[in-house]
Design a protein around this ligand. Sequence first.
Ligand SMILES: [Zn+2]
Ligand SMILES: [Zn+2]
Length: 223
Amino acid sequence: MLLKELLFPSRCLICKKISKDVICNECLSKISVIKGPVCEICGSPIEEEGICYRCKISPPYFFKARSYALYDGVIRIAIIRFKFEKKKDLGIFLGKLLGEFVLELAWNIDFIVPIPLSKERLKIRGFNQSEVLALEVSRVLGIPMSLGLIRIKETKPSINLNIEERLDNINRAFLLEDHNLKNKKVLLVDDVYTTGATTNEASKTLLERGIKEVRAITLAREL
Ligand SMILES: [Zn+2]
Ligand SMILES: [Zn+2]
C-alpha cells in the first residue's frame, strides 16, 4: 500500500466510510434496483406483466425504455453529487453500473446516443451528465457513441407545468446531425426518467430522420 493511501484512504462519496470504490458495497446494496414486473414498453413498475395504462392510451415513439433503479436514497444522492457538485468519478462509476445493466438486457443496438444539453446549459454545468454515462455504457457494450443529436431549445423545469405545457415545452427541442445513424438501432441514454417526455421527443426526432428503432435507458426513474 502506498503511503498516500495509508494517510488519505479513498472514501465512499455517499457515506464517507473507507472504500476502494467511489460507492461502497454497503451503499450499493441499498440502491432500489427495479425488479419485478415493469411495463413492456416504458418500463414503469406495474402490478402484473403487460403494458401500462399510459402506454395503452398514448403509445410512445420509443420501442422500449428501462431504468436501473428508482430515483431515491443512494442513487438520488449519487446523481445529485455527480451533476451539481461535478463529481465525475461518480458519473463514471454510475455509467459502468448502467452499462452492465444494459448488457443484461441483451438488446440489439448499433449506436449509443446521450440526451444532449443545450449550449447554454452545457456552459453552466461544464459537462453533459448523460454523455459521461453514455461513454461508459459504450465502453462496457463495445458499441460506438454518437454525439449527433443536439438540443436546440432548453426546456424549463417541468415540475410546475401541466401536461399541455410540458409537451409544448419539449416540442422540437432536438435536431439530428449525424447521417450515419440512418436505418440503425439507437440507444438513448439519460440520467433520470421523469415523465418520459424528453425521451419521447428525442425518439420522435430520431424516427423522423430515418432511425430504425429507438430504445432508451436511464439510471433512475421518478415515480
Ligand atoms: Zn458508502
Ligand atoms: Zn408503459
